[in-house]
Design a protein. Structure first.
Length: 460
């Protein structure tokens, strides 16, 4: 069996990958498990040195990776280049593992007794990743897990598996020891076989909320360590003094990647009298966006990932129109021949409607109007998601009130996409995450290691 990948802009066949059977999963996990004792015994400085080589090789392959991402996912080449950059930064972060893995020590915790803690790897770690960042999200996991001394099995999204093959090929070119990095392809059955496998110690997942919840529950039931990052509904709050500076940032946030980012701003909350200027500015700005294949440098917005995704997003637009929502941009008339949708904006959206509460994951922005900042924060905090939220204002007081009261993991002040870089943790709260530790940064070091404590007394 194999998975065939199509360019969502043209329908062209880009290639295929083999689907793993349960026997393949067993074999690959056995390979990763066999590589673990040798790899975990390699001094951390040498493991870090391999990550320096990997970062360098990925840098040389930057454009090849960006083109692969753009073609199989549909996002613009500029977005794809930025995604690969973010991924390489995670490898660079992992190069600091000798320092990151350090523990603590304290002499004389009692008379003649010393105590030291150190971090040890876990074993075979698994990564299950979504379609929307085919390079970056695997690279949130692979380098940190490996530099910490684990071996790794990646199961990329069946919609965008080709970039993962390039990541694996570059690892081979860097002479990664055999068995430390493995890729298997497939859908639910392959994920479940990996999560259930007795030789797998930990599972990192990024994807939608229902799947994140299921993955976390399954892994916990099997007594595995698990971090499962889920979906999002991100609110961008625009104060009357922040409208002008918000327009370009909101357009980039809502329509970048055709709205298929977990950090996409999908509800703009206009406070006080900001609404009319905000709506007019956004409508004028999206009229300038050129749709086309992502690999075309002139394209501002590519297609969504597939015809099925296009139909799903179009369903939200249809239902909102049928319910009487006020469509002020897009909604129809996208180029044919690919999975294109026009940037779509609804104004005066009912804050409890489907449009304002559900993750649509497409180029659809809802504008909701409220009277005060407190109303805006209350509306955002009522969401079951809690990934990211931003405020646009010139007021330090408003920004501070917002940053203290908003219940999300990633908070932006005059930033459309509040993305922390590799040395900070990435993740949300509420139903945007299942598990305690976030992606990359020190959280990932904690996730991929276990603490050991040595308490010693020596006779004098
Ligand atoms: P998805 O949940 O459909 O799939 C993600 C991965 O899980 C894929 O590899 C898929 O094959 C696998 N999978 C599907 N069903 C499964 C099951 N029942 N058990 C185990 N594995 C299963 O997500 P997607 O459509 O590929 O990605 C988009 C979603 O990812 C959005 O909801 C988006 O918000 C989210 N996302 C979140 C973050 C974050 O940092 N929180 C980042 C990127 C994407």
């Amino acid at each position: 069996m194999k998975l065939t990948v199509h360019d969502p802009a043209t329908g062209e066949c880009l290639g295929d990958v083999p689907t793993a059977t349960p026997t393949d999963v067993d074999r690959v996990v056995a390979v990763a498990a066999a590589a673990y004792p040798g790899w975990s015994a390699v001094p951390v400085v040498e493991r870090a040195r391999l990550m320096f080589r990997y970062a360098d090789a990925l840098e040389r392959a930057h454009e090849e990776l960006a083109i692969s991402v753009s073609r199989e996912n549909g996002k613009t080449i500029a977005d794809a280049r930025a995604e690969v950059r973010r991924g390489i930064e995670a490898v660079e972060f992992a190069c600091g593992m000798p320092t990151l893995m350090m523990g603590d020590a304290l002499a004389d915790i009692a008379r003649g007794v010393d105590c030291a803690s150190f971090r040890a790897p876990l074993g075979v770690c698994v990564g299950i990743t979504p379609f929307n960042f085919p390079a970056m999200i695997p690279l949130w996991m692979i380098p940190i897990a490996l530099a910490a001394g684990n071996t790794f099995v990646l199961k990329p999204s069946p919609q965008t598996p080709l970039t993962a093959e390039i990541l694996a090929r570059i690892a081979r070119e860097c002479r990664f020891p055999a068995g430390i990095l493995n890729v298997v392809h497939g859908g639910i059955e392959v994920s479940e076989a990996l999560i259930d496998h007795p030789q797998v110690a930990a599972v990192s997942f990024v994807g939608s909320t229902p799947v994140a919840r299921a993955v976390q529950q399954r892994a916990v039931a099997a007594h595995k360590r698990v971090q499962a990052l889920g979906g999002a509904k991100n609110f961008l709050i625009v104060m009357p003094d922040g409208v002008d500076a918000s327009i370009d940032a909101i357009v980039a946030s809502a329509f970048g990647g055709a709205g298929q980012r977990c950090l996409a701003g999908s509800v703009a909350i206009a406070v006080g009298d900001a609404g009319d200027r905000l709506a007019a500015g956004l409508v004028a700005a999206v009229a300038q966006l050129r749709l086309g294949p992502g690999v075309d440098e002139a394209t501002d917005m590519g297609p969504v990932v597939s015809a099925a995704a296009r139909a799903r997003v179009a369903g939200y637009v249809e239902r909102a129109r049928a319910a009487g929502a006020s469509l002020i941009a897009g909604g129809d008339d996208a180029p044919t021949g690919g999975a294109f949708l026009r940037p779509t904006i609804f104004d005066r959206v009912d804050p409890v409607s489907e449009l304002a509460t559900e993750e649509i994951f497409g180029p659809v922005l809802a504008i909701v109007r409220v009277a005060t900042l407190e109303d805006a924060i209350a509306l955002a905090n009522a969401s079951r998601y809690g990934n990211a939220s931003s405020i646009f204002t010139r007021s330090g007081g408003a920004a501070r009130t917002f940053a203290r009261a908003i219940d999300v993991g990633m908070i932006g002040v005059n930033i459309g996409v509040a993305a922390p870089m590799a040395f900070f943790p990435f993740g949300g709260v509420k139903e945007s995450i299942f598990g305690d530790l976030r992606a990359h940064g020190r959280d990932a070091v904690a996730f991929y290691t276990q603490q050991r404590v040595v308490i010693s007394r020596w006779p004098s």
